[in-house]
Ligand binder design. Structure first.
Ligand code: AHN
Ligand code: ZN
Length: 348
């Protein structure tokens, strides 16, 4: 008969105790007690119960990180672009919202649309739709992944056709595509922690020199949280995450506001071989982005955003007609998506 250490000790101390009683002359009764206690200590049910107690009190088992499918992510980016530019107030915008909600629901997430009315810098009113999807809404430990799903109405950084629309394949759709592919992977392989995906509306209807004219969706959310006392361990904002040979330095505001999350994400990327994308330099090149308001809403959040080393700012395609599907590179989608999955499946 093999006894686990814990039960051996218990059995010995019980035996000693009973021995005293035996010496008091109540031998028969004690012998029965001893037999019962020994049998109980040795029973396989007891051992199993002890093992499961141990797993409950220590760590839950790590679920292996699934493979991020870059082909799937690419089609999820293209599906958005195929609706046409997702400009607030247009049919493409409304249809794309329905599509995003359906995709997140089909991955088993609880989805709500946060509706609100906002006014833009040019005094137009829009009904915004922040799309908020939750996996394991009851879990205390959770991560927030976020991106904006609207398209800027003008290619005003281009040299020609500045007042015309553009596809917004990288600026908007790339981050959303990665988030949707993460949701799809979670539907197959369930991580231990909770996850929220927030797709913000009306990020890109801003004007230079007026920081509060940008990010109207995340500003609305910061002032009207979708749940009272909502909190996540940290957030990761995805902005322009699909360009070829993209470089993601540690964005300065992210380092200032949530350095622990920057460290975690850059460490994960380097561990799985994406150190050529996630470079160690800190760069101060983002005036404002949704992460600023997510932080104001109480969640420490970082911005994963492409940096152009030549210009020292955003990519040349930014707010131009070059921001179309031909810019989207599956290798970059993979580097970002796989890094995020690694972070999500390693979080406790
Ligand atoms: C500014 O241009 C100040 N912020 C831009 C944030 C942004 C726009 N990201 C994508 N489009
Ligand atoms: Zn933009």
């Amino acid at each position: 008969m093999v006894l686990s250490g814990q039960f051996k000790n218990k059995a010995i101390s019980v035996s000693l105790l009973l021995w005293e009683k035996v010496s008091e002359g109540r031998m028969r009764l004690c012998s029965i007690y001893m037999l019962v206690i020994f049998l109980a200590a040795c029973s396989p049910e007891k051992e199993k119960q002890a093992e499961s107690e141990a797993t409950k009190t220590s760590e839950v088992k790590k679920v292996p990180t699934p493979d991020f499918n870059a082909d799937s992510a690419y089609s999820l980016v293209k599906a958005q672009v195929d609706f046409g530019p997702r400009i607030p107030g247009t049919a493409a915008h409304a249809k794309c919202a329905d599509y995003l909600v359906a995709k997140l629901k089909s991955a088993g997430f609880d989805v709500i649309i946060q509706n609100g009315t906002v006014q833009t810098f040019d005094k137009k009113q829009f009904s915004l739709k922040n799309i908020i999807a939750s996996y394991k809404p009851e879990a205390q430990s959770r991560i927030l992944i976020s991106s904006h799903w609207d398209t800027r109405p003008w290619a005003d950084e281009d040299t020609k056709n500045k007042d015309k629309t553009f596809e917004g394949a990288n600026d908007g759709a790339s981050g959303v595509g990665i988030a949707l592919e993460i949701a799809r992977q979670i539907s197959f392989s369930k991580p231990n922690i909770g996850l929220d995906i927030i797709l913000f509306d009306l990020e890109d209807y801003g004007t230079n020199g007026n920081e509060n004219s940008w990010c109207l969706g995340s500003q609305y959310w910061a002032n009207n949280p979708h749940k009272p006392n909502y909190f996540a361990n940290f957030g990761i904002l995805l902005d322009m995450v699909g360009g070829p040979n993209a470089i993601f330095p540690k964005e300065k505001k992210s380092v200032d506001m949530a350095s622990f999350a920057v460290d975690k994400v850059w460490k994960a990327a380097n561990e799985i071989g994406y150190g050529n994308y996630f470079v160690p330099q800190t760069k101060d090149f983002v005036g404002v982005d949704d992460h600023v308001f997510i932080n104001k809403g109480g969640v420490p959040c970082i911005d994963l955003i492409e940096y152009n080393q030549t210009s020292g700012g955003f990519g040349d395609y930014h707010h131009t007609h070059q921001d179309n599907m031909s810019l989207i590179d599956k290798n970059t989608l993979k580097a970002v998506g796989q890094t995020l999955l690694e972070v999500i499946y390693s979080e406790k």
